[in-house]
Write a protein that binds this ligand. Structure first.
Ligand code: PLP
Length: 435
């Protein structure tokens, strides 16, 4: 459930009218609902009630400080995958003891920063990374709490590009090698192995792959304990899917997911860490865009909007479906139009929806692209020298711009012409004079 509803004909974010917001901040823009963020966090954590569980929001899904802070105020920790995300989580007020650091390629600088911040744990994904971390921890005279991310070789039955738990994937340590690698971690100076981590993919719409992966972890923990290792934490990753509107059946929710957790690992006496990203933020965000032109093509009608794939990459990258809805519903039920909703970018993949049924639209009308709170702004780019669009957080009837529009000129200010390409002073003068 989200808090983007029509009041009369006009779509609102909580009590804020989206046309008013568009007037105030300009289009395109992302808008997030605080109430939806809080609700999603509460529903997720309520499902885990009774378990010793820490929910660490996967910051990669949405790195906006205000979004992270909204969840942190509810008690969320953070799962980060870079030094930048670590700094963002700390800046948003997430206590270090609630931060876990995942990722297959952490640099020495990032590992040092994680140790300096004294975060809860670092999830290591390879023996070389483990050895590097051991050296760094010894050099700064500290001990790193580590969990081994295991690759359980379980197919998540999700999009190939976001499947992470199969053998062919770059992620994690092959589960059959885990007991050797755990022993190695225990023997390395500067490391304190505390547990096991897993993450098999994102946007899972079936519960069985979770069940299979968690059962594999259970077997592994039993074996590691038999070998004399201490396992106190179990990081189960993220991955629970959300409805985008094109799924075949109902998607399992937090209750079904929690039931699988209880059954598979609930009695192991481990502290559980969960890393949901999409589930917490996807339905808490919309991308609002304005129609620039209606173009009648040879075979289809195009609604050309001012948001592009640089703002929301998912349709171009994964062929992902996002519902596109009018911000203001028409007064009368005029004959709908069937059109492709496309952006202005010079790529055919810059298409938000194909064959979409919409009310008759005109230039200047507003559209909302739903379920855009996860992997939307966090994957945005300056492609085509376009600005990064603003982000707005709504709380009841108030709003705040929580990231300004970042103009494309910001790109120019970081670029330099090398001396051999810089216009000579007299050449520049000649051009200015029209010579
Ligand atoms: N944890 C890890 C290690 C991830 O790589 C990801 C995303 O890929 C997540 C958590 C969050 O996944 P999701 O947004 O699907 O919950």
């Amino acid at each position: 459930m989200d808090h983007f509803q029509y009041h009369g004909r006009v779509l609102h974010a909580e009590a804020v009218s989206l046309p008013d917001l568009a007037e105030a901040v300009g289009t395109p823009f992302y808008v997030y609902s605080s109430a939806t963020l809080r609700r999603h966090y509460q529903v997720f954590t309520a499902a885990l009630a009774g378990l010793d569980a820490l929910t660490c929001f996967a910051v990669k899904a949405n790195g906006n400080l205000a979004v992270i802070a909204t969840l942190a105020r509810q008690g969320a920790g953070a799962d980060v995958v870079s030094g930048g995300e670590l700094e963002s989580a700390l800046a948003a007020g997430v206590p270090a003891e609630r931060i876990v650091f995942s990722g297959v390629g952490k640099s020495a600088r990032e590992l040092k920063a994680a140790l300096a911040a004294d975060i809860l744990q670092i999830n290591v994904e390879s023996v070389p990374e483990m050895e590097a971390l051991s050296c760094i921890a010894c050099s700064v005279g500290t001990t790193a709490r580590v969990a081994l991310r295991i690759n359980p070789d379980i197919d998540a039955h999700t999009h190939a590009k976001i499947t992470t738990g199969v053998r062919e994937a770059k992620f994690g340590i092959e589960w059959t090698a885990a007991h050797q690698v755990y022993a190695r971690a225990a023997a390395l100076p500067g490391l304190q192995p505390v547990g096991i981590a897993v993450h098999i993919g994102s946007q899972l719409t079936e519960i069985e792959p979770f069940a299979a992966a968690f059962q594999r972890l259970r077997d592994l923990i039993v074996m590691l304990r038999r070998d004399g290792h201490t396992i106190t934490t179990l990081d189960l990753g993220g991955g629970l899917g959300v409805p985008y509107g094109d799924e075949e059946g109902p998607i399992p929710g937090p209750d079904a997911y929690a039931a699988v957790i209880r059954r598979a690992v609930g009695d192991l006496g481990c502290r559980l860490i969960l890393e949901p990203g999409r589930l917490l933020v996807a339905n808490a965000g919309l991308l609002v865009t304005r129609v620039l032109y209606i173009k009648e093509g040879a075979t289809r009608t195009f609604v050309i909007v001012d948001a592009g794939m640089n703002d929301l990459m998912r349709p171009a990258m994964y062929g992902a479906h996002h519902a596109v809805v009018p911000v203001v519903n028409p007064e009368v039920n005029d004959k709908p139009m069937v059109a492709d909703v496309v952006g202005p970018i010079c790529e055919t993949s810059d298409t938000f929806a194909s064959g979409c049924t919409l009310p008759p639209l005109r230039a200047g009308d507003l559209l909302a692209i739903r379920t855009a709170g996860a992997y939307g702004s966090s994957m945005a780019s300056f492609y085509n020298a376009r600005p990064l669009c603003p982000e707005v957080l709504v709380a009841d009837s108030t709003h705040a711009v929580v990231r300004e529009r970042i103009p494309w000129q910001a790109l120019l200010s970081w670029q330099r012409l090398p001396a051999w390409l810089a216009p000579a002073a007299d050449e520049g003068q000649g051009q200015a004079d029209g010579r």
